[in-house]
Design a binder for this molecule. Structure first.
Ligand SMILES: [Zn+2]
Ligand SMILES: [Zn+2]
Length: 250
């Protein structure tokens, strides 16, 4: 599977432009809404579904939450669930080597920030599980169409400024947050390139506990003995899921 996708780069360019637009021309309310949505995308979609569940299967995510979270995660513009999982599984399999999709050791900061500009071909067998799941295949096939259609409906209903705040700028904030972790946490010496940052962990809802995560990728709790906000979000979803199960009482 080829991961280079210039259209995907353009999506992020539009999202980044929208963020700068509302910073300069929008109101504080627009900006607060964009950051609020970015928090939801990062916490309930990016880290606990796309990363911890789809890439590592580290917790038993309820199917209803997997579906909702995958759909809202489309608007973080980090690629379809299939593409993002494939890229991340490669990152773990080939960390800090030339095959790593976003290693700051082998790429400039610009290409680490926009790895989709590099020609990369990956073995899709690594995401065989997702390619057997009709829901994820549908999202993968129609990824761009879903985004463009949503933008069109949003522009004609809530207008350009709120479209920027709700459906565009949050994707750029997510991208900055995830890339900050990819760059900072792999910016180390040759012998020990993977870093742990408690400060970054709070800003990324646990992703900054990167050393621990690379050592134990199937542990849903990235923090180990430290407080991991993402792990508390998982506990909250599992708590909610209890009410979705049929009662066994007569
Ligand atoms: Zn990493
Ligand atoms: Zn991982």
């Amino acid at each position: 599977m080829k991961l280079t996708n210039i259209r995907f780069f353009y999506l992020q360019m539009v999202a980044h432009a929208a963020l700068f637009y509302i910073v300069i021309f929008g109101s504080w309310v627009n900006l607060l809404v964009a950051f609020g949505i970015a928090v939801i995308l990062l916490l309930f979609s990016s880290t606990i579904i796309y990363h911890r569940f789809l890439s590592h299967r580290s917790w038993p995510a309820p199917r209803w939450f997997e579906i909702i979270s995958t759909i809202i995660g489309i608007f973080s513009f980090t690629g379809s669930s299939v593409v993002r999982t494939l890229s991340h599984r490669y990152h773990h399999a080939y960390s800090d080597t030339e095959k790593d999709p976003h290693s700051p050791r082998y790429n400039s900061i610009f290409y680490t920030y926009f790895p989709m500009l590099k020609e990369n071909r990956y073995n899709s067998m690594l995401v065989k599980d997702l390619l057997q799941d009709k829901f994820h295949v549908f999202i993968h096939k129609h990824y761009l169409k879903i985004i463009l259609l949503t933008w069109l409906v949003s522009l004609s209903t809530i207008g350009p400024v709120w479209t920027c705040a709700v459906f565009l700028a949050p994707g750029a904030i997510c991208w900055m947050n995830i890339s900050m972790c990819n760059i900072r946490c792999h910016w180390g010496n040759k012998e020990d390139p993977i870093k742990q940052s408690r400060l970054l962990a709070w800003a990324t809802f646990g992703e900054g506990y990167h050393r621990y995560h690379h050592d134990k990728p199937t542990d849903a709790n990235f923090g180990g003995k430290n407080i991991d906000p993402g792990y508390y979000a998982i506990k909250f979803i599992l708590f909610l899921d209890q009410f979705n199960k049929p009662s066994t009482r007569i």
